[in-house]
Design a protein around this ligand. Structure first.
Ligand code: LLP
Length: 413
């Protein structure tokens, strides 16, 4: 992350705190966020979009890092929030996020979730389909702002599991069906139809694809609001090149100026590009095996970094307790879950690793905690935010009691 540095002792510091001290105090695996860098990145989006297109709003796609402490920080820095489901709604409300800043997503919202969102007074519901309109017709008692998710027909150049804008997407309606849904909303006395939403996918590194999506969405009609989703990719590995926030904003605002009605409201929903680079994960090396290859195994893995298996995401790693030691071997940095796909770094250049070293996996601030699971009975890690050398616990580590608490006999009586 931006606020990382190396002390004279060769120990990596995040937000001014040595990683060895963080590991000692909070244990490992540990998600660590550099709060200063996180806030700075948010301002790049909020200020950058406002300067270019004043009638605009940046929504934090909270699925990328749904921690109460993050919702609170997002609101403090002027972000609105995209929630997708009752759980994210509860987390956002618990963090004190103003419901007028909440935008409710999802392709299969239930009656119960819609009722919760309506009772909370969320600003906008992003309608995905006509079944959802049936539900809303039954549930609405007051006027409600709505956007409609449309499929732009842009095949994002990214991992198949991260592409959502192609014509066979499960999200939203194709343009022809969208017209009928829009007529329905316009005809209903309590539905305040504002405009359309699209999201073409995640980890997209070519900004021309966002411009293409903006151009396509304009063909849906002339509305007062356009939400063009998230998806800006980030640099994960040394050899990857990713566009910066300014380059991304230039691309979508240039396209908006060319294609959208002047004065329309423009919304974007970045998730990954806000939080990914502010976060690292600390692991302890538990096993070093030199067979044909060098395997360095850590005390976490796909249970806390599922994207390694889900999308084949690869990361970069250093030994945080001795960053200045020269690289002497190329290792497979693997996790401890019982899956061959549990590979965090393929061919990591490292100093000869030893048991007890602290492996630091970079750029893990997005979707790591989100996708954390209990594979092999793993306990979900704690999260700390660090600023000016001060660390604060944002989410505590799960315990074995937490693990057992949902099972009979613990739930009986
Ligand atoms: N808006 C909507 C409607 C979305 O579905 C998403 C992400 C975003 C915004 C934010 O996209 P971002 O800026 O974070 O790329 N598990 C996958 C990522 C799934 C993304 C889901 N939707 C992965 O970690 O690669």
């Amino acid at each position: 992350p931006e606020e990382s540095s190396v002390g004279p002792d060769g120990v990596l510091q995040i937000g001014g705190a040595p990683v060895t001290e963080l590991a000692q105090r909070f244990g490992t695996p540990l998600y660590v966020y550099d709060e200063t860098g996180l806030r700075r990145q948010i301002r790049r989006f909020v200020d950058g979009l406002r300067e270019r297109w004043p009638n605009s709003e940046v929504l934090f796609a909270s699925k990328s890092f749904p921690a109460v402490g993050m919702y609170r920080l997002a609101q403090e820095e002027g972000l609105s929030v995209d929630i997708a489901g009752g759980g994210e709604l509860r987390l956002a409300l618990a963090a004190g996020v103003d419901p007028a800043r909440l935008h409710f997503h999802g392709n299969a919202k239930s009656d119960a979730e819609l009722s919760m969102a309506l009772a909370a007074g969320v600003d906008t519901i992003i309608v995905d389909n006509e079944d959802e309109l049936d539900r809303l017709e039954r549930l609405l008692e007051r006027p409600q702002k709505l956007l409609l998710r449309v499929i732009p027909g842009v095949e994002a150049k990214t991992h198949a599991s991260q592409a959502t804008g192609g014509l066979d997407s499960k999200f939203g309606l194709p343009m022809d069906q969208a017209r009928r849904a829009i007529e329905r909303m316009r005809a209903h006395p309590l539905m305040e139809f504002e405009g359309v939403h699209l999201h073409i996918g995640s980890q997209i590194l070519d900004t021309a694809q966002f411009a293409e999506a903006v151009a396509k969405i304009s063909s849906a009609g002339s509305f007062s609001s356009y939400d063009v989703g998230g998806g800006l990719g980030v640099k994960y590995t040394y050899d990857e090149v990713a566009p910066g926030v300014d380059e991304y904003l230039d691309a979508i605002v240039t396209a908006a100026k060319a294609h959208l009605p002047e004065g329309a409201r423009l919304l974007i929903e970045p998730g990954r590009s806000i939080v990914a680079r502010a976060g690292v994960t600390l692991y302890e090396v538990t096993t070093v095996k030199r067979t044909g290859r060098v395997f360095v195994a850590v005390n976490g893995g796909l249970a806390d970094q599922l994207d390694a298996a889900l999308t084949g995401q690869r990361f970069e790693a250093v030994l945080g307790n001795r960053v200045l030691d020269p690289w002497t071997e190329t290792a497979q940095l693997v996790g401890r879950q019982c899956e061959s796909g549990d590979l965090l770094v393929d061919q990591a250049p490292l100093p000869a690793a030893r048991v007890g070293d602290l492996a630091v996996l970079a750029t893990t601030g997005a979707y790591g905690y989100t996708l954390a699971n209990n594979y092999n009975g793993a306990l979900k890690p704690a999260i700390v935010f660090v600023r000016n050398g001060e660390a604060r616990l944002v989410v505590r580590r799960e315990t074995y009691d937490d693990l057992l608490s949902t099972h009979a006999p613990a739930i009986e009586g």
